[in-house]
Design a protein around this ligand. Structure first.
Ligand code: FRU
Length: 549
């Protein structure tokens, strides 16, 4: 039987959901198993998975695998037509990037290429679940207005059938190169096969998949090895991968795996890095590596590290190291600092602007938290605002990208004339930027209450007895996330705040970007009030705010 005869006997190419490759076997997953004809009745069929196994007389050739991928992609793109409309939702952001439908997670491939910014993100377009991921694509010339482009990559091929997972982009002359992790699951036991794949485009919109450029795992690394970041180092390229190392005594450790290449197509393994940290979580995801003011910095998302806060019990963390890379491309790390102290910040990526700024964007969400009120409207999660990074006082500072100032409407300023313990301001919008400075009471608390309608609200609390700033979202519509985050603050210094609100999110920048806290905050539509509640009302400072649109 030829491939074409097989597919005809399986109900035709429109009946194909997936094609998997296990050595020389071809496993075909069918939308409707009843469409099989008698010609394939003898072939083993797993009804649970709707998968038929075919052992061809000769191994399929590359072009035949490509043909299978193209048929499946055509079916997926047809299905996508029904998932493009933006659903109405009171929680939908007015200026952040959010999916029209389905589940968004990591930003991917953020890059400036041929006069335009390209940004991709992980998307499962058909439900608010973590299923087979696509790369959605948006472009911009000003980092402010984003145009939705056709879906860049679909999980259509034997090497990415269960998800075109995260990765980065390289602008290589006219060519835009996307490096990503191909995720495949085999059998009912869902054995994971992981490869690092390449897709390229000459017009920045249509991508040709080249399949795996790394098709094996590094020694002693589990199939949790993903999220390629490519950097130029001296005269060659390096690929950094988040990896899970399995030690001789079966401990699982997060590490970075590094590969090297001269041409971006052929990669040789260099080693695992991060041993100086010992046991530092069981997996690292989504690495990035860049310089700020001559300091090399590495971002990772470690899973399972010890938390410094009793309120942070989930395994997911984010942060950065000071890094150094020697002539031999060996990477070493020093220290670990949290990048964002809020609830919902993960898998960030950075890009360099033509004027030399380093801009970061992250996923405003977390891997295990899929129960949010926006699910009722058919969409879940969003990206953070764009943030400009700088290296100051030995730390990464983050400030909203200066481009976002163009979103500001008319400036309002509120000056406090009375010393009342509770001051209320009606902002009349849930999309705004707000600036104020809070001063510590000698004892007790001062609270800035945001997105408030009396019943539901989110508090920023200066808790002077415990010398910490709390972000408390326990009085908001419920989600399956945690409710309190904190920053220890023992200097007694005033707290300068810049808050960006966008319907169901708050991004809080403290002390001119020294600290950031990001939160999904779901409150009713009328929760547009701001309150200031203090044990020392005479300390209130003016509040400045701009509606954002
Ligand atoms: C992080 C992550 C990545 C992976 C992607 C899959 O959120 O788990 O490691 O590539 O999401 O969607």
């Amino acid at each position: 039987m030829t491939l074409t005869e097989l597919i005809t006997a399986c109900g035709g190419n429109e009946n194909l959901l997936r094609a998997l490759r296990v050595e020389e076997q071809v496993i075909i997953e069918l939308a409707d198993p009843e469409l099989r004809s008698s010609a394939v009745a003898e072939l083993p069929f797993n009804t649970q998975l709707s998968q038929l196994t075919w052992q061809p007389e000769r191994p399929l050739e590359t072009h035949e695998w490509q043909q299978l991928g193209q048929w499946i992609e055509a079916n997926q793109r047809k299905q996508l037509l029904g998932a493009q409309e933006i659903t109405a939702s009171i929680h939908r952001p007015s200026w952040h990037i959010a999916p029209p439908q389905g589940l968004l997670n990591d930003p991917n491939g953020f890059i400036y290429h041929q006069g335009e910014y390209h940004l991709f993100y992980q998307l499962y377009p058909f439900a608010c679940d973590h299923k087979d991921k696509y790369w959605a694509h948006v472009t911009s010339t000003d980092l402010l207005n984003w145009t939705t482009q056709r879906i860049a990559l679909c999980p259509s091929d034997w090497f990415d059938s269960h998800g075109v997972f995260s990765g980065h982009a390289v602008s290589n002359g006219d060519e835009l190169m996307l490096f990503y992790t191909g995720n495949v699951r085999i059998g009912e036991q869902r054995d994971r096969i992981t490869t690092q794949c390449l897709a390229t485009s000459s017009d920045g919109l249509h991508f040709i998949k080249h399949g795996p450029v790394i098709d094996a795992l590094p020694p002693s690394v589990t199939p949790h090895c993903r999220d390629p970041k490519i950097i130029r180092h001296n005269d060659h390229w390096l690929m950094l991968l988040g990896a899970q190392h399995q030690t001789a005594d079966n401990q699982l450790q997060g590490r970075l795996a590094i590969y090297r290449s001269d041409d971006l197509y052929h990669w040789s393994y260099k080693g695992l890095y991060g041993d100086e940290l010992g046991q530092f979580g069981y997996m690292w995801e989504c690495p990035d590596l860049f310089e700020l003011d001559s300091q090399l910095l590495g971002i990772i998302c470690p899973q399972g590290i010890e938390s410094s806060s009793e309120h942070h019990q989930i395994p997911h963390h984010n942060g950065y190291f000071k890094a150094s890379l020697n002539q031999n491309s060996a990477l070493t790390f020093d220290g670990f600092t949290t990048l964002d102290f809020g609830f919902d910040f993960y898998a960030p990526q950075t890009a360099e602007t033509p004027d030399g700024r380093r801009i970061l964007i992250g996923w405003m969400g977390l891997p295990d938290e899929t129960d949010q009120p926006s699910n009722q409207d058919g969409w879940l999660h969003q990206l953070t605002c764009l943030r400009e990074l700088s290296w100051e006082k030995g730390k990464i500072f983050q400030r909203p990208a200066r481009e976002l100032q163009a979103l500001r409407g008319m400036q309002h300023r509120h000056t406090f004339t009375t010393e009342s313990a509770c001051q209320t301001l009606l902002l009349d919008t849930k999309s705004y930027e707000l600036r104020t400075t809070m001063t510590w009471p000698e004892t007790g608390q001062s609270t800035l209450r945001l997105m408030d309608n009396g019943d539901q609200y989110c508090d920023i609390i200066l808790d002077s007895d415990n010398q910490r700033i709390l972000l408390d979202r326990s009085h908001t519509l419920s989600t399956d996330g945690e409710q309190i985050r904190e920053i220890t603050w023992n200097t007694g210094e005033d707290v300068e705040l810049q808050v960006l609100a966008d319907h169901s999110s708050l991004e809080i920048f403290i002390n001119n970007g020294e600290y950031a806290m990001t939160a999904r905050v779901f409150t009713p539509e009328d929760a547009t009030r701001l309150q200031l509640i203090s044990d020392r009302p005479q300390l209130w400072q003016d509040v400045t705010f701009w509606p954002l649109g």
